[in-house]
Design a binder for this molecule. Structure first.
Ligand SMILES: Nc1ncnc2c1ncn2[C@@H]1O[C@H](COP(=O)(O)OP(=O)(O)OP(=O)(O)O)[C@@H](O)[C@H]1O
Length: 324
């Protein structure tokens, strides 16, 4: 019989308090070997603290953390060769070039990835001879992720890796993360963007107020928590807005002004019927579409508030971020 493989990460009842502040309030989660697992939550949800406890940088106030079967604080030396987290900016020498930095870090490990491999994987060709102090935020962020990849860790841990990246840089980062999983590695990352969680993660834990509100595969979470669909359209005349709430199956109406009318979103239990009603209505509409719900709706269902409310943040700009 095959020996049982320990999960990459197992967290049970994790609590972390800083004086009177409870940053993490009883988190339970398991990251399976070989998956990309995301901690998704707004500012201050407790993601960084959870990650710091997982990599052994902080000692939990209570609860259990196991990484590759070991206690990350008491058995730090055991997990150190197998786990990598992206370093802080302060670990870099501003006057070294990207290439020099990668070569130096690569020389610290046996069987490390070389500078060329990391430059390729993170798309750092254009800035390979730039001094670290002159890099843009996105380039520096990719370099930091590249440094975490150098030791070919079994578990790669990334805290908000795409912060400050433009869409191209983010695509390269995502390809590097997926490539690490394809090579047999496990990835645990935190993010505050729904889009990143959906595009990249096999499973996500939605973290809010120091707790996991729910977790699972993004598609499963959407299916489980948001059985309704959305009909969206541009309405020329807002006079009709009040009547939508009275329509059969419509449970939520959101709208926001756009250049030549009002963007309307109807949450409906009978979306096809709602769509037909919109198309056949007497008022003028355009761009009528049926839309699947996203993790944003899941967040609202499980926490009772919008992801982009004060105290939360969201960088998504798609149509689902409507205001009422
Ligand atoms: N060293 C600390 N001392 C006191 N409070 C802290 C400390 N670190 C974090 N906190 C508080 O704990 C809570 C959780 O913070 P944490 O950084 O873990 O959240 P996060 O989800 O990573 O958010 P962010 O995206 O802003 O980093 C916040 O209220 C934060 O202010």
């Amino acid at each position: 019989m095959e020996p049982a493989v320990a999960p990459a990460v197992h967290v049970s009842g994790l609590e972390k308090r800083y004086g009177s502040v409870t940053a993490v309030n009883g988190i339970h989660l398991t990251v399976a070997s070989g998956e990309i697992f995301g901690l998704l939550g707004p500012n201050g949800a407790g993601k960084t603290t959870t990650i710091e406890c997982i990599v052994g940088l902080r000692r939990p106030t209570s609860g259990t953390v196991r990484v590759l079967g070991s206690d990350p604080v008491a058995e730090r030396d055991q997990i150190r060769p197998c786990v990598a987290i992206q370093p802080q900016h302060s670990a870099l020498f501003e006057l070294q070039t990207v290439e020099e930095t990668l070569r130096v870090w690569s020389s610290l490990y046996t069987d490390a990835a070389g500078a060329e491999e990391i430059i390729d994987r993170l798309g750092l060709h254009d800035c390979r001879r730039h001094r670290v102090g002159k890099l843009s935020g996105g380039q520096r962020q990719r370099l930091l992720v590249g440094l975490a990849l150098i030791s070919r860790p079994d578990l790669l841990v990334l805290d908000e890796p795409s912060a400050g990246m433009d869409p191209n840089a983010r695509e390269q980062l995502w390809a590097a993360v997926t490539g690490h999983r394809l090579a047999g590695g496990t990835v645990l990352l935190s993010t505050h963007t729904m889009e990143e969680a959906h595009a990249l993660c096999d499973r996500v834990a939605i973290v809010d107020g120091g707790r996991v509100a729910t977790y699972g595969a993004p598609e499963d979470l959407v299916r489980e928590h948001t059985p309704e669909r959305y009909v969206t359209f541009i309405l020329r005349d807002t006079g009709a807005l009040d009547e939508f709430e009275l329509w059969e199956g419509v449970s939520r109406v959101t709208s926001r002004p756009v250049r030549d009318g009002t963007f309307v979103q109807l949450q409906s239990a009978v979306p096809e019927r709602t769509m037909t009603a919109v198309l056949n209505a007497s008022f003028e509409t355009r761009d009528v579409a049926l839309r699947e719900p996203s993790l944003e709706e899941v967040f609202r269902r499980v926490t009772g508030r919008d992801f982009d409310e004060p105290g939360a943040r969201s960088s998504t700009s798609n149509a689902s971020t409507t205001s009422e």
